[in-house]
Write a protein that binds this ligand. Structure first.
Ligand SMILES: Cc1cc2nc3c(=O)[nH]c(=O)nc-3n(C[C@H](O)[C@H](O)[C@H](O)COP(=O)(O)O)c2cc1C
Length: 406
């Protein structure tokens, strides 16, 4: 539901040879700087609280279609991101059957298929529901794909979409607002778009130095207590024109499309448009954004409590979305579970894991918002070439300046 003009698919397992992505529908002529794609991949890998896996990987997207001499050519854009950890998993993740015919015999040495078989599902992860649904006796078949390693491919797609959006003057940024109990005060002023662009300097991608310090301390103590932490982050999109999305049909409403895209990210369990929870506690006279005659623009909005959308459409204000991430489900002090083979009560399996991935999730959130906005722009302005899209966009802006037609 969330993409209407673009098509985007990913493939690949966490410990397979590589991740794959295809993005189809961008116009020809969009300048693509591949180094910027890799820079976004690095931002996703960073953040205080990530586990050992991110020390092994060094993500780089190898474009294998759709980009030539630094520009899109209108064909599907395709890329590969290698998993460096694959060398350690070649036997376990082999696509060909093993010598024992695909189902390894028990008692194999560590590192073999059998030794890595998972039968103790983690509460809060995809293991049990996926094992039951797909009828797998090795829960690795589920967790390999449920893993958020897949989000590297989303970030590559988002980095491409972002470069298209910038051609129309639209930019996307994010910042972390909570990790566990360490949070920006509710009364704190909104973080400006410029400040959000600078948060990569912070180890937790937080705009306030003192809150960032508290967040780092919270992650340290969670690590010592064998715990994990969730949190919240805000995505901001600036330069968004009036009229992306529509009120006319449920699946064209932009909030719904953004919500779908953000909730599709592993472990994200809530999305708030603007200060929606606060608005719900206020009378209508305080919760809405007045419309006033403007100086440069005809209709000025002195506040942005709606978070950038009214009636399923953008109205020209910044888009502001807060996303709620649950604490990670892989615990070094595991919760009770049941062995799927023996039916006996056991502790859930312990896998190599992050303590906190909220800063990384925010980077993935930016990518998903960039994809939805690129899709909504192409729905509104169309175009097989960037020149055509831009011409349509500029014509629309001129029409806005003459609204209503006289
Ligand atoms: C960037 C990122 C990193 C993640 N790292 C881990 C991790 O190390 N360990 C873990 O248990 N879950 C991790 N997750 C969350 C799981 O992938 C997710 O909880 C799981 O797939 C089940 O899906 P659900 O939480 O949406 O129900 C991560 C999520 C994101 C977005």
């Amino acid at each position: 539901m969330s993409l209407r003009t673009l098509r985007f698919l990913t493939a690949g397992e966490s410990h397979g040879p590589m991740l794959v992505g295809i993005l189809e529908g961008l116009p020809a002529g969009v300048p693509i700087d591949c180094e910027r794609v890799d820079a976004d991949l690095k931002r996703r890998m960073a953040g205080y609280g990530r586990g050992k896996r991110m020390k092994i990987e060094s993500d780089v997207a190898r474009f294998v279609g759709g980009v030539r001499l630094g520009e899109t050519i209108g064909s599907p854009i395709a890329w590969l991101i290698e998993n460096r950890d694959w060398v350690n998993w070649q036997q376990v993740m082999s696509s060909a059957p093993t010598e024992s015919g695909g189902v390894a015999e028990s008692g194999n040495a560590p590192g073999t298929v059998e030794a890595r078989r998972i039968t103790r599902p983690r509460p809060g992860h995809a293991d049990l529901a996926g094992g039951l649904k797909y009828d797998r006796k090795d829960l690795r078949d589920i967790l390999e794909r449920a893993s958020a390693r897949e989000t590297a491919s989303r970030v590559a797609a988002g980095a491409v979409a972002r470069q298209f959006l910038e051609c129309l003057g639209i930019k996307v940024a994010s910042h972390v607002t909570r990790i566990g109990a360490a949070a920006r005060a509710e009364s704190a002023p909104p973080v400006s778009f410029a400040a959000a662009l600078a948060v990569d300097e912070s180890p937790v991608r937080c705009a306030d130095a003192d809150v960032a310090e508290a967040m780092v301390a919270a992650i340290d103590s969670a690590h010592n207590d064998l715990e994990t932490l969730g949190g919240t982050f805000e995505i901001i999109a600036a330069g968004v024109p009036v009229g992306l999305g529509s009120h006319v049909q449920w699946d064209r409403r932009l909030e719904a499309r953004l919500g779908h895209a953000l909730l599709s990210i592993q472990a994200q369990k809530g999305v708030e448009i603007g200060p929606a929870a606060w608005c719900a506690s206020q009378p209508g006279s305080r919760a809405h954004d007045a419309i006033l005659p403007g100086a440069s623009e005809r209709f000025a909005r002195p506040s942005n409590k709606a978070g950038g959308t009214e009636g399923g459409m953008t109205y020209g204000g910044e888009l502001r979305l807060t996303v709620y991430m649950k604490p990670l489900a892989t615990l070094r002090q595991p919760l009770p579970s049941v062995d799927i083979e023996s039916g006996e009560p056991v502790d859930a399996v312990v896998q190599r894991s992050d303590v906190c991935a909220v800063p990384a999730a925010a980077v993935v959130g930016e990518a998903m918002v960039a994809l939805v906005l690129a899709d909504a722009c192409l729905e509104k302005f169309g175009g097989d070439s960037l020149r055509e899209t831009r011409r349509n966009y500029e014509g629309y802006l001129q029409q806005m300046a003459n609204y209503p037609e006289r």
